[in-house]
Ligand binder design. Sequence first.
Ligand SMILES: Cc1ncc(COP(=O)(O)O)c(C=O)c1O
Length: 425
Amino acid sequence: MTIQVDRRSFLMRSGLVLGAAALSRAQAVYAERLDAQDSPGGDWDWVRRQFNTEPGYAHLAGFFLASHPTPVRAAIERYRNQLDANPIRYWVQNRLDREADMAAAAGTYLNVPGKDIAFTDSTTMGLGLVYNGMSLKPGDEVLTSDHDHYATRMSLQFATARNGATLVHAPLYKRSRDTTVAEIVESVTSRISPVTRIIALTWVHSKTGLRLPVRAIADALAPFNVNRSEDERILLCIDGVHGIGAAAGNPAEIGCDVFIAGTHKWIFGPRGTGLVWAAPHAWPRIAPTIAPFGKHEPPGSLHTPGGFHSFEHRWSVVEAFAFHQQIGTQRIYDRVAHLNNHIKHTLAKMKHITLHTPLDDNLSAGIVCFEVDGLGPDETVDKLLTKRIIASKAPYEPSYNRLSAGLLNNEDDIEKSLAAVAALA
Ligand SMILES: Cc1ncc(COP(=O)(O)O)c(C=O)c1O
C-alpha cells in the first residue's frame, strides 16, 4: 500500500530542498524506506497498540513526555546492543550515517533541508541555545508574550541579562477562550518598535491550549522588515513543541524564521531528543554555544551540541518520523483535532467548568485547558486519577487543568474522561 507521502512527491520535494544536488545516500534510503511501509490507514487501534502504556488508564497527558512506540523501542534496543557490544568501534563506524539519517528524516518531515537542522536533547535546550546565541546588544529589544512557557521566559531573561538588550512582554489577548486572530496580531504588531530584533512566541500554548495564528503574525510582520538590513530584520522565533506532530504546518507554512521543538512529545521520538531549524538568513544571527563533535557542517551540525550522547536514543528519532509518515501526517492532525475538539466543546457546555482554550477550532490544537469550580488543579488531577484518568495541570500561574488526546487514545477514553469531569460538579 502506498503511504501518504509517496515516493514521487517525496523526490520532488527533496529536489526542491536540495536544489540541483543529487539525493544524498540518507535521503534516498529514507525515501525508499517510506515507500516500502504499509499504512495502517484509519486503524487507530493498531496505532494505539504500538504503545506499551499501562492498560486500564485513559492517558490524557501523553503530550508531556512520549511513550515510545514499537519501532522506536526496537531501534533503541538494536543500537543499545551494538553499542554495548563495542561502544567506540560501533560509534565510529556508524555515527556519520546515523546523523545523516536523522537530518533526512527530520528534513523530510519539516520539508526543509536537513543540513539546516541542529539536534538537541529537548525544547528547553534548543530555546537556550537559540536565545543565548542571538547577536543582541544594549538598545535592542526582544518582544515576547505573557503566556509562554518558563523555558522561553527564562532563556530570554538569561540572554538579555548578559547582552543588555531589553525584554518586552506583551499580553496577546484579554481572554484566551474567545480571543481572535485580529486581537492577537494587533497585540504583537502594536508592540513592535524600530529596535525590535526578535519576536519570541509559542505555537501551541501549554497554559491555555491556544494555537497561535503564527502565519497571520508572520504576514503582519513582513512590512516591518522591508527596509531593514539583515542584522536588523525582526526574526520570528517559535517554540513549536506542541504543534509539531499535532497540528498541520511546517516552518515555511507557518512563516517563522526559527523553529525550536522537542521530538519527545507529539512526535513520540526517544525521550531526550529535540531539534532547532533556522532559515538560512537566521542561522548567521545565532552563535554556537556548545562545541560540536568532530566533523561539523554548518549550520545544522555546527549548532548540534557535541559530547557523547545517549546515541541509542537520539539515532532512533528517525523511526519516530517514519512512524508518523506511515500513519499519514494529515490523518494524525485530523485525529488530534477531532478528539480534542470533542473534549473542548463538551467541556464548554458544563456549568461547573471554566474553559480556557479558544472555542474557535482554528485557534486550538491538542491541549484543552479548564478549571473546575471549587477545586484546585491538584485536587482535580487526584480525583480524576481515582477514576484511572491521567490528566495534568499546567506549570504556570495561574495553573489550569489539561486533558489532551492523541495517538494513545480512543473514543472510550474520551467519553470516560468527560463523564468523570462531569461528575466533579
Ligand atoms: C510550551 C512548552 N515549551 C517547552 C516545554 C519544555 O519542553 P522540553 O521538555 O522538551 O524541554 C514545554 C513542556 O512541556 C512546553 O509546554
